[in-house]
Write a new protein. Structure first.
Length: 376
């Protein structure tokens, strides 16, 4: 089986999967259960000066089947006092395997109080700083850096928009050693159409979204962070299956943060997905996960490609579903011939109407219609 051993800040993990800060890392028991389930690392819930009191309910799944593997939540930070973490939960983690990350937020004032005692437990391998504004994350990182030599991860959110990458750079300047990317995105709102009522508790009943729906966003951010800064990034957001882990690694993630998948599928997800990822690498001729890390980055174009696409059509694969014709936004395609998988079938393209959007290829399930010149 392919080797999934992963190194983060000089520490070896038996698996690339790190339990992200969330409901499953509620205390030492939850953290140990994740390790026993095959997680290579775990992150505590976010420690703050005031413990959280959560609205009810604060976790719901989308009503739409198109969002399977996604979660809406209004859960806050740790609901245990930070002193309990320092005095009981973290000391109980003595001898843990892999990496243990302590999440601290959300303000410099909180980092000033909590960071030193957390580091002094001697069981934490890194500290993750979590904040909700660009200025606050920078100040928090700087404050934590003044109180520990442990590696610091700045957790970034797509919600910062254009401030995201300036915040990342400023966090590095303030003492961060890498990033966790990304946090949940939102706010989102879901309504039960039978009652007109919101489905989740909290002010305004607006929630944060995690899981499958945010993975393409997370991967874009991870790729940009790796390309710009070249520091370790825990790619977090929407990894549900082994193939997702491959994608996130190909855009440069050092390790893989997961929260929603083990929440919705149980902690056994770690062992099952570890095995499936190893098997995928084996089947594709890779001896270890590190061989695919960053593999996609050289293929990301620096300028737009506007060359017309070249289409290839295999009539012996065509099932005559006509989706390529019916769904063409520009009415640029027609089909000649009636029998599926027949040499008599022909694709006719009106090049004056075609905008080379590629939708026709995307909807062709039997791959009868393909590109002759993409990817290049």
């Amino acid at each position: 089986m392919a080797d999934l051993t992963t190194t983060l800040f000089g520490i070896t993990m038996p698996s690339p999967f790190i339990l992200a800060s969330g409901p499953l890392s509620y205390d030492a028991t939850g953290l140990w259960e994740a390790y026993r389930a095959c997680a290579g690392g775990a992150t505590t819930k976010t420690l703050r000066l005031e413990h959280a009191i959560n609205p009810t309910p604060h976790m719901v799944v989308p009503r739409s089947s198109n969002l399977r593997g996604t979660l809406f939540n209004t859960e806050k930070w740790a609901d245990l006092p930070w002193q309990q973490w320092v005095e009981q939960e973290l000391p109980a983690m003595q001898g843990h395997p892999g990496v243990l990350i302590a999440s601290i937020g959300h303000t410099p004032a909180e980092g000033e109080v909590i960071a030193g005692p957390v580091a002094a437990t001697g069981v934490v391998n890194a500290i993750e700083c979590v904040a909700y504004t660009k200025d606050t994350i920078v100040g928090l990182v700087r404050t934590v850096r003044e109180r520990t030599d442990l590696p610091i991860l700045a957790k970034l959110t797509f919600n910062w928009g254009d401030d995201l990458y300036p915040a990342a750079e400023a966090a590095l300047d303030a003492g961060a050693d890498g990033f966790t990317a990304i946090d949940s995105i939102g706010p989102t709102l879901q309504i039960d159409i039978e009652t007109g009522q919101p489905t989740i508790g909290g002010v305004g009943n607006k929630a944060w979204m995690s899981g499958a729906a945010i993975r393409p966003v997370a991967q874009a951010v991870v790729a940009e962070l790796v390309a710009r800064f070249g520091v370790p990034v825990i790619g977090t957001g929407g990894i549900i299956q082994a193939e997702d882990a491959v994608e996130m690694t190909m855009v440069g993630a050092t390790a893989l943060g997961v929260c929603t998948a083990p929440l919705l599928r149980g902690l056994e997800w770690f062992g099952k997905t570890h095995a499936k990822l190893s098997a995928w690498l084996d089947a594709h001729g890779y001896a270890r996960l590190s061989e695919v890390r960053g593999a996609a980055l050289p293929h990301l174009h620096a300028v737009e490609d506007t060359q017309p696409l070249v289409f290839a059509f295999d009539p012996m694969k065509c099932t005559k579903c006509d989706l390529c014709v019916v769904l063409c936004p520009y009415d640029a395609r027609t089909m000649a011939g009636d029998r599926p998988k027949s040499p008599d079938l022909k694709q006719i393209l009106d090049e004056q109407r075609c905008r080379y959007c590629g939708l026709c290829v995307e909807v062709c399930k039997p791959a009868a219609l393909t590109y002759g010149n993409w990817p290049r």
